[in-house]
Design a binder for this molecule. Structure first.
Ligand SMILES: [Zn+2]
Length: 337
């Protein structure tokens, strides 16, 4: 009897663990982050001194572009009666900078704030938005944040801020109020704003904001800005590829505002797909030929056919090595490739 009870307890614990692990991947509970490959540097996201420049992309549609190569971008849309903001940035100071940028253009209430993923640099400004602002995110993002703490997330992001955890001072975790599964949308006067989840990419619940009439998308961490390659942080390039295929089938943006890096165009999707295909092929050939994989990913450089933004070369080389290592550590991806 006691053995049965122990077995039941074990099963319950294993089930809880298995259930928790994938959905909290971006956050504090990530039990064992993969060991980065040689040459990998964490994305430089330190918000100290970051200024957001307002760029009007279409009538009433604005991108907020960071003045450093990889710190977060954001955006907002002004409707007839209300404003919608995309991502709240790194901390209260940056969140306030977004509110101030909106106030330069409109006095309308900020009724919606969309969070594209569960990383601190996209959600830690939430708490400075008005109490009436509804915050919308994928349900998986809400679940992950509900199990997280500012301290926990900050610890996992230490490398992205040069170890300066004071950038998180004062941050309060404000969990989004409205969750969606595949799609959420709202009509803001003349502009329809959609939010989609196409599958896992850089993290499990990366979501895309899309304006169908203006053909503008905010792709957060799924598609970085001009001159980049994808980072399959969770390690599954085959799933990432499928997500991009779903993205291309469902929406067709002309302009892409990434969460990080400069504004790019819709061709970023085929560029990312080509890169993933090539990388799967290279990694799977290494596995097939029985070559020692660490010697390959540790020294890998990006082929010149991928145009890389010069200031991001080291960062992208690290992403490339991470992607190769991830496939080599998970040969099942080659069967699906
Ligand atoms: Zn990000």
């Amino acid at each position: 009897m006691r053995m049965i009870a122990a077995l039941l307890l074990y099963c319950a614990l294993t089930a809880a663990y298995a259930e928790v692990l994938p959905e909290v991947l971006p956050n504090a509970q990530l039990a064992a982050p993969p060991v980065p490959p040689p040459g990998f540097i964490p994305p430089p996201l330190n918000p100290t001194g970051v200024l957001l420049e307002t760029r009007e992309l279409a009538s009433n549609v604005y991108a907020l572009m960071s003045n450093t190569p990889f710190a977060d971008n954001a955006g907002f849309v002004v409707g007839d009666e209300a404003v919608l903001v995309i991502d709240s940035h790194f901390n209260g100071e940056m969140g306030q900078q977004i509110i101030d940028a909106v106030r330069q253009v409109s006095d309308l209430p900020i009724r919606y704030l969309l969070n594209t993923n569960a990383f601190g640099d996209h959600v830690f400004g939430n708490y400075v938005f008005p109490a009436q602002t509804q915050i919308v995110a994928h349900q998986g993002t809400i679940d992950a944040l509900s199990k997280s703490s500012v301290q926990g997330i900050a610890r996992t992001m230490r490398g992205t801020v040069d170890g300066d955890l004071s950038v998180f001072d004062g941050v309060e975790l404000r969990i989004p109020d409205v969750g969606f599964d595949r799609q959420w949308s709202v009509e803001l006067g003349n502009t329809v704003v959609e939010m989609h989840w196409f599958g896992p990419s850089m993290s499990p619940h990366d979501s895309v904001v899309f304006l169908p009439k203006e053909k503008i998308a905010w792709t957060a961490n799924m598609i970085f800005g001009a001159g980049t390659i994808p980072w399959a942080r969770g390690g599954d390039l085959v799933a990432y590829k499928q997500t991009l295929v779903n993205f291309a089938e469902k929406i067709n943006p002309q302009t892409i505002v990434s969460g990080h890096g400069d504004i790019t165009d819709g061709d970023a999707v085929p560029r990312y797909l080509n890169y993933i295909d090539d990388t799967l092929t290279v990694a799977c050939n290494v596995l097939r030929d029985g070559v020692e994989s660490a010697s390959v990913y540790a020294n890998a450089e990006l082929d010149a056919k991928y145009p890389i933004e010069p200031t991001l070369e080291r960062l992208m080389t690290g992403f490339h090595r991470w992607n190769l290592k991830a496939v080599m550590a998970d040969p099942a991806q080659c069967a699906a490739h």
